[in-house]
Ligand binder design. Structure first.
Ligand SMILES: C[S@@+](CC[C@H](N)C(=O)[O-])C[C@H]1O[C@@H](n2cnc3c(N)ncnc32)[C@H](O)[C@@H]1O
Length: 356
């Protein structure tokens, strides 16, 4: 069920509690992370009859004081519960510990966003990704991606790939239903989709358009997969709207890509797509729209992810509402011919054709 964002019928006592969750959010986030990373949640999970804080302190060789304050925070976080001084894991605690989606999101929050977010207000005022300076002096995160500190890079790719990995196998039969011979993978990153296409269909040629740093990594992956004869690399700064796309592809593929750009730049990218397409080409846009989520948890995550774009990625893009994209498609000489919802974890596939 989607959250009802058009009403406010919470009781005051609940509203005040929710306000405190926000007030102490960053502290409590770090507590949950420490409970996970120090192995405390794992011990609690493994203990069939619960476990005391003294036992945890002894087993993990951690000061009792530290274990005590973390477990007490864990009670308020509802990741553990306690009976007769023995702690047990709650369902929320299980998700923090064992659910891959939650792990990927927490690592992304901590390793990519946490320090930079201190300057979010500045990013809102300036339209610049002011948090990115924590890692280096690049205009956007994409120029810096291949040079990010190892932990930040691992969590960035972990976050990006988690969502697309679920979606790609589901969309391949749709992409190949009309036997395309040439696919442009715009923003193809490390080549994951292109390599899967090459394995799925032995006839197709794929051209990946991306920044040189990402293509260097893609080249290694493509060679390792042994498909370099069918995947070409096309280094390009896609923000240069005077630079046309290669002509006449059967399919232009954009996955988790247009959310990296402002609405103005999306218009430019869509127009260049339309210019490159022949009459029967299709543009496939795979995105996560915040209004099209089945679960509140997904909408919440997407609203938070938008602020990563504001503060770290580029200062000007976001996880869009599907109507934002529909308007941009309409303005760009394209029509939305088909819409497939509930792909992967939270994606929608838009299939666009040239306006006749
Ligand atoms: C979020 S990733 C998506 C990767 C992949 N398509 C997927 O679904 O997992 C966005 C990609 O767009 C590329 N990109 C962003 N800005 C770019 C630019 N100005 N020029 C070329 N590529 C760019 C990034 O390098 C990155 O590989």
């Amino acid at each position: 069920m989607a959250l009802n964002h058009g009403s406010d019928n919470k009781r005051a006592v609940q509203a005040k509690f929710d306000a405190q969750k926000i007030a102490f959010g960053p502290i409590m986030f770090q507590a949950a992370l420490a409970l996970r990373n120090l192995g405390i949640l794992q011990l609690v999970k493994d203990a069939e009859n619960g476990i005391t804080m003294e036992e945890i302190s002894r087993k993990l060789e951690l000061p009792l004081y530290g274990v005590k304050v973390l477990l007490e925070a864990g009670l308020s976080l509802e990741v553990v519960w306690v009976e007769n001084s023995r702690f047990r894991l709650t369902k929320t605690g299980w998700f923090i510990l064992c659910d891959e989606l939650t792990r990927v999101n927490m690592d992304f929050t901590n390793d990519v966003n946490y320090l930079g977010m201190f300057s979010l207000t500045e990013s809102i005022r300036s339209g610049k990704p002011t948090g990115l300076k924590v890692f280096g002096d690049w205009p956007t995160v994409y120029e810096g991606l291949s040079q990010l500190p190892a932990k930040a890079q691992k969590s960035w790719f972990g976050f990006d790939h988690f969502y697309s990995d679920y979606a790609f196998p589901e969309v391949l039969p749709v992409v190949f239903r009309n036997s395309p011979k040439h696919i442009l993978d715009v923003g193809g990153n490390t080549g994951k989709f292109a390599i899967q296409c090459a394995a799925y269909n032995r006839e197709a040629r794929i051209t990946i358009l991306d920044l040189p740093g990402q293509l260097a990594k893609a080249a290694q992956n493509i060679t390792a997969a042994g498909v370099e004869d069918r995947i070409d690399l096309y280094p390009i700064n896609l923000l240069d709207h005077t630079h046309p796309f290669p002509k006449n592809p059967d399919i232009i593929w954009m996955s988790q890509f247009l959310d990296c750009f402002s609405q103005e730049d999306i218009s430019g990218l869509l127009k260049r797509s339309a210019d490159a397409m022949h009459d029967n080409s299709a543009l496939y846009i795979l995105e996560t729209y915040w209004d099209q989520q089945k679960y509140e948890a997904s909408t919440y995550s997407l609203h938070a992810t938008s602020l990563y774009f504001t503060n770290i990625a580029n200062g000007c893009s976001q996880m869009y509402h599907s109507d934002d994209m529909r308007k941009l498609i309409e303005k760009s000489g394209l029509v939305l011919a088909e819409e497939i919802r509930n792909v992967g974890v939270s994606h929608t596939l838009f299939i666009c054709r040239k306006k006749k």
